[in-house]
Design a binder for this molecule. Structure first.
Ligand SMILES: Nc1nc2c(ncn2[C@@H]2O[C@H](COP(=O)(O)OP(=O)(O)OP(=O)(O)O)[C@@H](O)[C@H]2O)c(=O)[nH]1
Ligand SMILES: [Mg+2]
Length: 339
């Protein structure tokens, strides 16, 4: 019944998000030159690049292209022609694309994403969930990488009996988690790389971390790298929603509003029940107020009136916004595709 009522309300939801003239350039701390320099310096020791993305952002291809193009220093190639750039870039080093956090993504779009990627020349794709104790896709990674490596010349590394991969991607997508997951699956060993919910946990290119015994395979963890230029404010907002940049740089309030807008657009109304709302709403203040009340997140504020000072209790909107965003990132608001 609730869902039926909700669907009838769909027409009332915003169809365009007002970014209020925000400038994406202020949100992103550049391309993280130090990390890139270290990565480039290590390239000669690498047999295959494992590029990892958040599966919820299906425009990842564009981000992916930008990182690769920047990574390999082929910046002169125009961006409008997608395919040539990708082909040329991937010809430099064998490449595997991982779409991680599958447990949080709407899997019904999987085939569409694969087709789109294939059209753009990306055939080696794995969907993973690095938090799962046993993920079959993680088991497939080493054999898949071996096939990819064997179909490319190894040049200076031809004599080496061991293999080395480099894992790259934007911050907070699960690069370090992938390494730990591979160790857990292939070596039955514990964590080797630090993981965290905030972007920027891995700061430097680490020494080799072994992830497989037969064949002997190592992985180089890297710090998250953002492309030098973000396509649009909306692209930046999606990256922010997935925790790629520190929340306070964008603002919890606007991220929460964009989240509400996205959930309503996709008719993902589980937030209504979770926060005891009567019906879906497109008004972020109203939603945050309910969240604050439900979670008991209020703040006492002094007010000066004509008859003296009084203390009033107000909803803590920032704390509520923070909780709303966290709930989405943990998958508590349902599986979502942001594009
Ligand atoms: N739900 C879910 N969470 C994941 C998955 N993989 C990683 N995470 C979580 O995502 C957050 C970031 O993981 P990290 O492995 O630190 O990501 P990273 O890409 O190494 O991040 P930086 O080093 O900051 O660039 C952590 O809270 C992980 O627990 C996944 O497959 N599913
Ligand atoms: Mg890391």
């Amino acid at each position: 019944m609730k869902l039926y009522q909700a669907l009838r309300n769909v027409a009332k939801f915003r169809t365009v998000f007002d970014f209020g003239g925000r400038d994406v350039a202020h949100w992103f701390p550049g391309h993280m030159a130090k990390g890139l320099k270290q990565m480039r310096a290590n390239m000669k020791n690498v047999d295959c690049i494992v590029e990892i993305h958040d599966a919820r952002i299906s425009f990842c291809l564009f981000v992916c292209l930008r990182i690769c193009v920047f990574f390999f220093n082929i910046r002169q190639i125009p961006f409008s022609g997608r395919n040539p750039v990708f082909h040329e870039t991937l010809d430099v080093k064998p490449h595997l694309l991982i779409l991680n956090k599958m447990d949080l993504a709407d899997v019904s779009n999987k085939q569409r994403i694969l087709k789109k990627l294939e059209k753009n020349g990306v055939r080696n794709v794995l969907f993973t969930d690095c938090l799962k104790q046993r993920d079959d896709s993680i088991k497939k990674l080493v054999p898949m990488v071996m096939d990819i490596i064997k179909s490319h010349p190894r040049f200076n590394r031809d004599e080496n009996v061991d293999y080395c991969l480099m894992v790259i991607g934007v911050p907070n997508v699960g690069k370090s988690s992938l390494i730990n997951s591979l160790r857990r699956t292939n070596l039955k060993k514990g964590r080797a790389s630090r993981v965290g919910g905030e972007p920027g946990i891995t700061r430097a290119v680490l020494t080799k971390i072994q992830v497989c015994e037969r064949p002997i395979m190592y992985l180089l963890d890297t710090p998250g790298v953002l492309p030098p230029k973000i396509e649009s404010v909306e692209t930046g907002m999606k990256l922010a929603l997935c925790g790629t940049i520190l929340d306070h740089l964008v603002g919890e309030d606007i991220i929460a509003d964009y989240l509400l807008y996205s959930l309503n657009r996709q008719e993902k109304f589980s937030y209504v029940e979770k926060y005891n709302l009567e019906k879906p709403s497109d008004d972020i203040q109203q939603v945050l107020k309910r969240i604050a009340v439900k979670l008991g997140k209020t703040q006492r504020v002094k007010a000066i009136t004509g008859v003296g000072n009084i203390t009033i209790t107000l909803p803590n909107y920032t704390a509520a916004a923070y909780d709303f965003i966290r709930a989405f990132r943990k998958g508590e608001l349902g599986r979502v595709m942001l594009d």
